[in-house]
Write a protein that binds this ligand. Structure first.
Ligand SMILES: [Mg+2]
Ligand SMILES: [Zn+2]
Length: 241
């Protein structure tokens, strides 16, 4: 039976937020105040749509944006971890669920040469339109009250494992690797035998601590905080060997 590894992207696979990293491709390397102030809580994807339109208006070419995204740094040990996963596809399936977008993730993964580690990417769909602007859409609509309007990662994870189960594939365990507030909802989908891997010092770890201290019965997975992805690699190696 296989292990399913689920990754968040920003501050997990890469050590930055791709949506703020992209601002480096603008002529001033910053956004105007009026644009920054237009963000409304829970509506990040709409805001990013405006940011990408602004970037297009500055005559930034998509090739330049791509080069900037290819320079985004990976988190410590992540290259080694993704290499290990790509060499052990017989035992490991691997997906990314991210509130960034498909284009940024694809560019960063292609540049790393480790795209083969990843079976599927679930993120806001993005493409380059006829004007050379990046256009962005919301991933889906959902009924979860806890998550941003465009993405409930728990729903994505559940749909994914249910679809696999229909094909007769059940996972021995799920390892969920993330850092952010929107990774808390999917961690509640995990059960005994699964492992939640929150990045040490980040929001998800704090939410898990709080949930456990309050005696939440939704947190059933084992919790393994990490600083370097090399620690995840060690754990994964021990699990599949
Ligand atoms: Mg993140
Ligand atoms: Zn949710």
């Amino acid at each position: 039976m296989k292990t399913l590894v689920v990754f968040d992207f920003d501050h997990t696979i890469v050590d930055e937020n791709s949506d703020t990293w992209v601002i480096r491709c603008t002529p001033d390397q910053k956004l105007p105040d009026w644009l920054e102030k237009s963000y409304q809580r829970g509506r990040w994807t709409e805001y990013m749509g405006r940011v990408l339109t602004y970037i297009g208006d500055q005559s930034v070419r998509p090739e330049h944006m791509r080069a900037v995204m290819e320079s985004i740094p990976f988190t410590d040990g992540m290259t080694e971890l993704l290499t290990f996963i790509s060499e052990n596809k017989k035992h490991i399936d691997c997906i990314i669920i991210s509130d960034s977008n498909t284009l940024f993730i694809d560019w960063a993964l292609q540049a790393s040469g480790l795209k083969s580690a990843v079976d599927d990417v679930f993120s806001n769909p993005a493409n380059i339109d006829a004007r050379g602007y990046v256009s962005l859409r919301c991933f889906h609509a959902h009924a979860c009250k806890e998550c941003p309007v465009n993405l409930c990662k728990r729903r994505v994870l559940r749909d994914f494992t249910e679809n696999r189960a229909k094909d007769g594939l059940r996972y021995e365990r799920i390892c969920y690797i993330g850092d952010g507030g929107n990774d808390f909802c999917p961690v509640k989908e995990l059960t005994e035998g699964d492992i939640a891997m929150p990045r040490k010092g980040f929001t998800l770890e704090k939410l898990l601590r709080k949930g456990i201290s309050e005696g939440s019965n939704e947190l059933r997975a084992k919790i393994m905080p990490w600083t370097s992805a090399k620690e995840i690699l060690q754990e994964l190696r021990a699990l599949i060997e």
